[in-house]
Write a protein that binds this ligand. Structure first.
Ligand code: KG4
Ligand code: ZN
Length: 333
């Protein structure tokens, strides 16, 4: 049966993503058209702990994975019978959380003898750039900045990348979240800090970001500088919060931009791209002239980017994937 918007000769990929605190599923065609993409965030559940609690995340994924899957199929007016390939995030991430998505994906694929494509989460973020209507073609230099990672990647083809540099302590998203927490903005506070910064003076405070050798990043010092500034302000804090947010954001964004441009120069990259949750930051988007940014709805964790990566990754035929395990870090892959 032909359904509106599906195109002809469609090949449907069903993707699942459960590496952290988002339970996500998506249906994407072989040409990269997103038919549906559902993301259920558990952020509220973890807010009072100031960060993701792995055990709570796994349990919540278990409760959400089937409703999210049903919603994804429903929105595309599809059934499991229409699916030709299953894709899933295998790592890096919280192993207990990853295993929920991986087990669900194995079961879905096994039941219909479909192939399964295990996808690397970081490759998924990069692949958020490969979907229509404006797909970016490699080679390019990519900044991946999220809550868990800050990496500079040399992307030479659609199927992988080489790591040029990374953070030696906090990730950029973590720096935003910790800064937001110091300003009483809740968790995860990156987007709230971004909004507050819009009404502040970025030159009001000086928050230098440590420069480390090579193409690496360090954000732990700037966070401590903000902590001292907050303490020193005492009663004045409330009225200076927007200035603090703007100055802090300026420091983190400058560090990201400087290192990215440095990496582009060193590698001779003609194109620069930014992906990951922090790619949604308004100042970062305004600061890298000519760079390609992941679409806003695909910056944070989602399953459409996992399906996108699956289009360029090898599929494991039935039943070989039943033995696949999740991995916490790329080193453990
Ligand atoms: O990619 P993502 O959803 O999850 C990980 O793979 O980590 O990224 C989430 C991170 C959080 O730290 C969040 O605060 C940050 O992205 N973030 C932002 C903005 N929106 C989300 N950081 C700065 N400005 C934003 N507008
Ligand atoms: Zn992510």
């Amino acid at each position: 049966m032909e359904r509106p918007g599906w195109g002809s000769g469609r090949f449907l990929i069903l993707a699942l993503e459960t590496s952290c605190d988002e339970t996500a599923a998506a249906l994407v065609t072989g040409e990269g058209l997103i038919l549906s993409s559902v993301v259920s965030s558990q952020a509220d559940l973890h807010a009072r702990f100031g960060g993701v609690v792995p055990e709570i995340a796994s349990r919540r994924h278990l409760e959400l994975v089937l409703p999210v899957l049903r919603e994804t199929l429903g929105q595309a007016r599809a059934t499991l019978e229409d699916v030709e390939q299953v894709a899933v995030t295998r790592g890096p991430g919280l192993v207990g959380a990853l295993l929920v998505g991986l087990s669900a994906a194995k079961a879905l694929a096994w039941a219909r003898r479909l192939p399964l494509v295990p996808v690397d989460h970081l490759q998924g973020h990069v692949a958020s750039l490969y979907l229509p209507p404006n797909p970016l073609d490699p080679p390019f230099l990519c900044l991946l900045a999220s809550g868990g990672h800050t990496l500079l990647l040399d992307v030479r083809d659609h199927s992988g990348f080489e790591v040029l540099g990374g953070t030696i302590d906090d990730a950029a998203g973590e720096a935003f979240d910790k800064g937001a927490r110091l300003l009483g903005l809740g968790y995860p506070g990156g987007a709230a800090l971004d909004r507050l910064a819009a009404g502040g003076d970025p030159a009001a405070f000086s928050f230098p970001v440590a420069r480390v050798p090579g193409l690496d990043f360090s954000f732990s010092g700037v966070k401590t500088a903000l902590l001292y500034a907050v303490r020193d302000l005492g009663d004045e804090l409330e009225e200076r919060k927007a200035d603090l947010a703007a100055s802090y954001q300026r420091a983190v964004v400058r560090a990201l931009v400087e290192r990215t441009l440095e990496a582009a120069e060193r590698t001779g990259a003609e194109k620069v791209a930014v992906v990951g949750g922090v790619a949604a930051n308004s100042e970062l988007r305004a600061s890298l002239d000519g760079a390609a940014f992941a679409p806003l709805e695909l910056c944070g964790d989602n399953a459409a980017m996992i399906a996108s990566a699956a289009r360029y990754a090898p599929a494991v035929p039935y039943p070989g994937y039943l033995a696949l395990d999740a991995y916490a870090s790329r080193e453990a892959a």
